[in-house]
Ligand binder design. Structure first.
Ligand SMILES: Cc1ncc(COP(=O)(O)O)c(C=O)c1O
Length: 370
């Protein structure tokens, strides 16, 4: 059999992953500060109520609708303050990206994504035979998008600019002025603006930065229950767009797969009503409580589930991560996982259980002060 060359199938394991496997195989304990799975982070879920909503008898009838069931779209639209017809449901935010790439790109076309950011872009694009260009975010009392550098990357094959607001892992929201500049660029070059707002609800600054761009104002906005309700296993994401032609085309793509399950769509409105406020309030306490333990070692975090620790440049990021693992039993992600342009940074998840986070951070601070 001959396989496609879309993905680097035999990508070598990095050194940290190898050392972690050896550490665990030796039975040594790990304080994991990288937990990003909310269902493993000691969060109280109203389990019986969430499951009861999945047993709606209406789910026994198959009603194939490309855009998603009206009841689910109405509830999600009301949360966003948009009209239900502006929404198209997908099985996840990742699938929403896949649909948008099919909508906008031919094989060999390109999208521009932020750097540093979430490493999944490379794979999401590669499986669609699309390439990725990275535009820089710089840090200076907060992160900002280098619009000039971004513009210089645009080629005739560029089809879309992706922003993540707040970005993972920099925790920075896109600002109004940045949004305006990006919209102008998109208009000039005929590009789509895709705004990933999966962490938008998790604002960590009081009051929020007034310069922040309003939610759902880009051409395409992505979100989903994976982060909004901490339910990645339930598989529901969506695209918000006011562009009627794009929506009709997206419906054709969605109709080809019809990938969102009926029980989840019938449960969506109930889950939002019964779980969203409690989850958000729990998360605010968890994220802010953990962030407070980092003091001035962390870069400013405007929102989201992650924080970045500035590490001394006396060694590289991977060396730091390995040292913390092998000497202190603490697992962090080195900045290069997210393609930071400079060294040395470590990324920690603010979702981590507080007892694990407190002990892990205290060991890191001890080592840094040693
Ligand atoms: C910025 C960002 N977008 C999208 C996703 C994927 O979300 P989903 O689970 O809905 O595919 C993640 C997951 O970590 C993420 O960090």
């Amino acid at each position: 059999m001959r396989y496609s060359s879309r993905l680097p199938w035999a990508a070598p394991q990095n050194e940290l992953t190898r050392r972690l496997a050896a550490h665990r195989a030796a039975g040594l304990p790990v304080l994991d500060l990288t937990e990003s799975n909310p269902t493993r982070a000691g969060i109280p879920y109203p389990g019986d109520d969430l499951l009861r909503a999945l047993a709606d008898p209406a789910a026994l009838t198959y009603e194939p609708t490309a855009e998603g069931l009206a009841s689910a779209r109405a509830a999600i639209a009301s949360y966003h303050g948009v009209q239900p017809e502006h929404l198209l449901l997908t099985a996840s935010t990742s699938e929403a990206y896949a649909f948008l790439l099919k909508l906008l790109c031919n094989p060999g076309d390109e999208i521009l994504v932020p750097r540093p950011s979430y490493p999944l872009f490379e794979f999401l694009a590669a499986v669609e035979a699309v390439t990725v260009g990275q535009y820089p975010l710089h840090h200076q009392e907060g992160w900002w998008i280098d619009i000039r550098a971004l513009e210089a990357l645009i080629t005739p094959r560029t089809k879309a600019i992706v922003v993540v607001s707040p970005n993972n892992p920099t925790g920075s929201y896109v600002k109004r002025a940045e949004l305006a500049a990006l919209e102008a660029l998109c208009a000039t070059h005929g590009l789509a603006l895709i705004s990933d707002e999966v962490f938008a609800a998790f604002s960590l600054e009081d009051p929020p930065d007034p310069l922040r761009a309003p939610p759902c104002s880009a051409k395409f906005t992505l979100n989903g229950f994976s982060k909004l309700l901490g339910l990645p296993q339930m598989k529901l994401g969506w695209i918000v767009t006011r562009d009627a032609e794009a929506r009709t085309r997206l419906e054709l793509i969605a109709d080809t797969f019809l990938s969102v399950s009926a029980p989840v769509q019938h449960a969506a409105a109930h889950w939002l009503a019964l779980h969203r406020h409690a989850f958000l309030s729990f998360m605010q306490d968890r994220l802010r409580g953990n962030l407070a333990l980092l003091g001035n070692r962390a870069l400013r975090v405007e929102g989201g589930w992650y924080a970045i620790l500035r590490m001394p440049r006396t060694r590289g990021e991977e060396e730091w991560a390995i040292e913390l693992l092998e000497h202190d039993g603490v697992l962090v992600q080195p900045g290069y996982f997210y393609d930071f342009a400079t060294e040395a940074f470590a990324v920690v998840s603010l979702l981590t259980r507080p007892d694990v986070f407190r002990e892990g951070i205290s060991r890191i601070l001890k080592r840094l002060d040693a």
